[in-house]
Ligand binder design. Structure first.
Ligand SMILES: [Zn+2]
Length: 312
């Protein structure tokens, strides 16, 4: 099967040009999708990777959330540079995990993950080559649904959400974990996106006018599969780069139904840096020096991920 490559600049100003590109796009995308649909009907299966490492899909859906203010993109002006969205968990009225320290002071997850996120941003910007956007840069509440939506609307290459876990009374439980969206949740999300997709189809910002819901269903599914594969690669890289430098939980790679990872076209991981309920983890995460190791590991993983992605 032929490889398809699609990198379309959606910033056309000419309406006529959009129309012709749109028609062309529909043909380019519909052909393999219909082929796949036919193959599916005949009971054949094509593993996605085989027919398109370079098959890149982006979907623009109708915005669910009103008044979504997109954050500023920081770093190089060159839009060809990869873009990472860093999501500091919680904020504002939502403190996240709360841990009482000896002496009665309370430590909030939202504060520690914000510090870690800002330090990661600074490291990425300082060492250059990567654009960064933050879902929040201060102590404010950002609805869960906004967070992946920000990454989607900015057409980010990667979404990294940063949190800290809690193990309740089990203070001995420690170490970082990396979550990706579970397959069940991801195909569920894909189905829902597909539903909305039928109302307003769009690929690379260009609307596809089709009444064939099967075509758009398949396109969303393909995009979702590729996205999940990439998210798992990122999770593996964090584990690889972190070995020997930060403490991981014995079961450090997990998947779950996390709303914050439900973007069908932006690979995302949720990094639980450790446990607030573990003294060693908390002490490390509360000092800038201690966080430095987490920043190092995440930065290396992000850079390797983006470099590999650029090669394929
Ligand atoms: Zn959290």
């Amino acid at each position: 099967l032929p490889q398809h490559y699609c990198a379309i600049d959606a910033q056309h100003s000419n309406r006529e040009a959009i129309m012709s590109v749109r028609t062309l796009l529909l043909l380019i995308f519909a052909a393999p999708a219909l082929l796949l649909g036919g193959a599916k009907a005949l009971g054949m299966a094509f593993p996605v990777p085989e027919w398109g490492r370079e098959y890149v899909l982006r979907f623009s859906f109708v915005q669910e959330v009103p008044d979504l203010e997109l954050p500023e993109i920081q770093g190089p002006r060159d839009t060809m540079r990869p873009l990472v969205v860093i999501d500091a968990g919680h904020g504002g009225r939502d403190p996240g995990k709360v841990q009482r320290r000896p002496g009665g002071t309370e430590v909030y997850e939202k504060d520690i993950v914000l510090a870690l996120s800002l330090e990661l941003r600074d490291a990425l910007l300082e060492n250059g080559g990567i654009r960064v956007a933050m879902t929040r840069e201060d102590d404010r509440i950002i609805p869960l649904a906004y967070r992946p939506e920000i990454a989607r609307l900015l057409e980010a290459d990667l979404f990294v959400s940063i949190h800290i876990d809690s193990a309740g009374d089990r203070s001995e439980v420690s170490g970082a974990t990396v979550y990706t969206l579970s397959n069940e949740a991801s195909s569920e999300a894909a189905a829902r996106f597909a539903e909305r997709e039928n109302a307003a189809d769009s690929l690379n910002g260009i609307t596809v006018e089709t009444n064939n819901s099967e075509v758009s269903d398949i396109l969303v599914e393909l995009s979702q599969e590729r996205t999940q594969e990439d998210a798992l690669k990122m999770a593996d890289l964090i584990l690889r780069e972190g070995r020997g430098q930060i403490n991981f939980h014995p079961f450090a790679k997990r998947s779950a139904e996390l709303a914050v990872l439900r973007a069908p076209d932006v690979p995302g991981v949720l990094f639980e840096s450790g446990f607030v309920t573990n003294d060693d983890d908390l002490e490390k995460l509360m000092s800038q020096e201690g966080r430095g190791d987490y920043v190092d590991v995440l930065e290396r993983a992000i850079r390797v991920y983006l470099a590999r992605r650029a090669e394929t």
